[in-house]
Ligand binder design. Structure first.
Ligand code: SF4
Ligand code: SF4
Length: 167
């Protein structure tokens, strides 16, 4: 069944001699390639070279310590509640008397995990935190990996490293 009468018959134009030997097309292609050698490159040698991040870039999370080096997070769960991607999970535990120097509050996060494959780096967890415990860094991003498990960031990768103060 013919739906319209707009069909056009296109005549195939025979190739000229120059088109058949492909030489002009090869020369033209080489010219384009050579011209790119002298142009400013749009690519960089990542990860050796890095582009400056925007001031408002939100990257990898960090769980902060206080001035005494104790973890600020009290496992209140507000960040998990605020997270639109449901990327945060945690297990709370009660601090033991001998661990006072490790955790600032009586309740702390025994397990704290962020699934970076779910995270959309919106920063709502940072805004929701009443203890100023979680921040998104603007100079780091989650490293690439072929394994899905590598994107589950636990406390070993999220908690700020403990830096000893010089006396
Ligand atoms: S940045 Fe957004 S999506 Fe990622 S963990 Fe925080 S609240 Fe969830
Ligand atoms: S990071 Fe902040 S909001 Fe999230 S559980 Fe810890 S204290 Fe609560």
């Amino acid at each position: 069944m013919q739906l319209t009468n707009k069909r056009k018959h296109m005549a195939r134009k025979p190739m000229t001699f120059l088109e058949r030997i492909y030489l002009p097309a090869i020369v033209k292609g080489m010219g384009i390639t050579l011209s790119h050698l002298f142009k400013k490159k749009a690519t960089i040698q990542y990860p050796e070279q890095k582009r400056p991040m925007s001031e408002v870039f939100r990257g990898l999370h960090i769980l902060k310590r206080d001035d005494q080096g104790a973890e600020r997070c009290t496992a209140c769960g507000l960040c998990a509640l605020a997270c639109p991607a449901e990327a945060i999970t945690m297990t709370a535990a009660e601090r033991k008397p001998q661990d006072k120097h490790l955790y600032r509050e009586e309740k702390y996060a025994e397990v704290y995990e962020i699934n970076m494959l779910r995270c959309i780096f919106c920063g709502l967890c940072e805004e929701a935190c009443p203890k100023a415990a979680i921040f998104l860094q603007n100079d780091k991003m989650a490293p690439a990996s072929y394994e899905r498990e590598d994107f589950i960031f636990g406390k070993d990768r999220l908690v700020e490293p403990f830096l000893l103060k010089k006396s």
